[in-house]
Structures are given as C-alpha cells and as structure tokens.
Design a protein around this ligand. Sequence first.
Ligand code: EPU
Length: 423
Amino acid sequence: MEYLKVIGKKNLKGSVKISGAKNAALPLLASTILSSRKIDISNLPDVVDINTLLKLLEMLGSTYNKKNGILTIDSTTINQTKATYDIVKTMRASILVLGPLLARFGHCEVSLPGGCAIGQRPVDLHLKALEQMGAIIEIKNGYIDAKAPNGLKGATIVFDKITVTGTENIVMAAALAHGETTIINAAKEPEVVNLCDVLKDAGVQIEGIGTNTIKIVGSNQKLLDFKEFTIIPDRIEAGTYLCAGAITNSILKVDNVIPEHLEAVIAKFEEMGYNILKEKLSITILPANKIKPIHITTTEYPGFPTDMQAQFMAVATMAEGVSIIDEKLFENRFMHVSELTRMGADITLNGTVATIQGTPKKLFGTDVMATDLRASSALVLAGLVANGETNIHRIYHLDRGYDKLEVKLQTLGANITRDEEKK
Ligand code: EPU
C-alpha cells in the first residue's frame, strides 16, 4: 500500500490548475445510459471513483476510450441491468445508475450501498421518489430490485431532506418518464446544475435549474439526443488548494475555477483575515496579518459545504483563538479529529460540534491514517505546517477524489512524496 510523506514548513507559491469535478462527472457518466448515441466528454478528472463508475458501466455493456483528454463513451450497447455488490461496495455513488437504468429498461437491480465512514447515508429518499413515479421496489438479499414494466410516470416529488445524488437520480429518471415531474426541495449544487444543463442540451425540457423546484418533461422512454459536454471545475479541489495557501499563509492561485461556486468558502477565508482576489476563472488567496478563528455550520449549497469541513478544521488549528465547526449533514464526519489531535491539535468534540483551540506553530509530524476522502486532504494540509515529517497512510481514500494531489502540491513548492509502505 502507498502512503504520502510530507515534510512541513515549506513556503508555497504559484498557481495550480483545477481538474473537473468528480461529483459532477459521476452523475453525468451515469446519464449516458439515457443517450441514443456516443458522447465525447471533456475535463473528466483522473481519479479512482471515475474509473470505478466506468468499470460499472462497462460491466453493464458500455464501451469507452480516452484520447487527448477526451472520453468517448457509448452506452447504447448496455445489455445488463444489475449493479453488483462487488462494485457498489467500493463506491456508494454507484446508486446513480438506479434512476437511468430503471427509466430506460423498466427494471434493474442495484446492490444496496451500506453505511460508510462519514455516516449511515441511507438511500430511502431515492427509493420513495421512484415509487411515487410508479416503480415497484423490493429489497431482496441486499439488492434494490426495481421494476416499472410500463415505464416511469411523472409525479410531484417533495424531498423530506435535500439530497444531491437523490435529486440527480430523479432528474435522470424523469428525463425518460411519461409526463411531467416536479421535484420540490431539490438540491441546487453546481453539480446538479451541470447535469440539468447537459440534459437540457440533449433536448429535455427542464425548468428551474439551480433552484429548489425543478420541472422536467419526460421523453416517453425515447433515448435522448446527447451532445458533447464538459465537466465543471471541482470547487472542492479548488477550496482544498486555497486551504493549502491559507494554512501556510502563502500567496496561491487556483486556475480553471468558477469563483461563484466558492462564495461561501471565500467568505470564510475573508472572515479569517485572508485577502481573496477573484478573476473570471481564477481565485488567489493572499496571506493574513493575523489568522482569526471562525464559526462554520455546514449546509447545502449555496451554504458552506460539508466537503470543505475537514480542510477548514486543519486551517483553524493555525488561528489565534477558538473556532467552532458544526457538521449538520453527516453525523460521523469527524474522523480526522483524532488524527489531527495526534499531530498536536487541540480539538474537542461534542456531538456534531467541534471546538478548535488554535495552536499556531505547534503541530508536529507523525504517522496518521486517512479515514475518508476529505479527512485525508485535511491531514495533508496539517502536514504542510507541522514540524518534521508526517506520514499519511491509507491514501486510497485520497486517490478516490483528488487528481494528482502530490504532483500539484510539489509544483507549488511542497515537500511531499508518495512511497510504498514497507512490509
Ligand atoms: N439522506 C437521507 N436519505 C437519502 C439520501 C440522503 O437521509 O435517501 C441524508 C444523508 O444521510 C445526509 C443528507 O441526506 O445526511 C445529505 O446527503 P446527500 O444525499 O445530499 O449526499 P450524497 O448525495 O450521498 C453528495 C456527494 C458527497 C457530499 C454530499 C453533500 C456525490 C457523489 N457525493 O453525497 O460528496 O458530501 O452530497 O454535499 O455527489 C465527497 O465528495 O467527499 C462526498 C462525500
């Protein structure tokens, strides 16, 4: 197994190009199930989760190739409708094939994703919404067995809770359904917008894109006329590199981003005393005279993203004073706390609230363990300012969602290397 070695206290400087968004690419790849033709996709990130979904699509019958940074995928050839446990257990986002498979074929089986490190993460809302669209769903031997022999029917869905992949699944299902679907309390994350825009380009009538109420007119099971499309930049990757600038108090620029997608994150940097320069497709963070503590409550877009919580906690360890972070989305998304504490951070947890007493200059390097994707990047960030050497183990979590993280950090001046664990 591989690990990352970070030698702290190096100044960072320069700019980094942000890759395409993993969480936009996943539903968009699943949406190719709805296409009547081959599609060219640009700006796909080179991360493990994307390869996992491609493998699943290939098992279902899709074919694809990558050339000059463009993925060409043909999902018209799909002839299987079962997403097996072997693959779903490695990536929960495999649930994204449920809506499009059911809408196109009228039946499918998808292994139930289990819990995961950051919380229980049920899929009840996806299933309830599909049932409202006429699906007959049974849970059999750990599989979601879904049937809609005459196709799905448009319905009014009111989500009890805002769900990103749930909204995406229903948008895809509704695109091929009979009649009109209205989703109330829909997610409005930029990744959901990217999906809706691509479907609209493919001829689907969609209203309310980027709002909490989305209306979709289905195609009566006719496959869609997809055009080539581009994945939006990864706002969480961009935010993570801005945190690398913040924690080392360096000047650092992220290129190929949409600044509007990072407003809540930028506001928190400014509250902490950093200066932020926004240009059309880039953001630069400038050092703070004094790093001030922050209060953060994670929430749905356009609020502060849960996917940036761990990284900001690492930055908060450098603040002069007490920061408070309340994690409202995932009940167990604090696995990085014990690892940061092992590096000398002073953090106490009470339910979903973490209190961080800033200890500038006091973190020290040690062996730490990555527990989930964003927790892993928080440990790398802490390693950048720790005294001595930090070895981050179990980095397969990191590779699921960060495209060439150590290479990008090296170009910014960080001393970070990937190595094989000695047996
Ligand atoms: N929820 C339910 N029932 C459901 C679905 C969700 O109770 O049927 C709950 C969840 O347990 C959670 C809340 O609703 O408390 C929101 O979960 P959501 O469904 O929005 O999360 P998700 O769609 O599974 C996506 C991202 C996550 C990101 C969350 C929140 C993808 C592939 N994943 O997950 O990304 O944290 O939205 O923004 O888009 C990551 O990239 O590291 C990551 C975990």
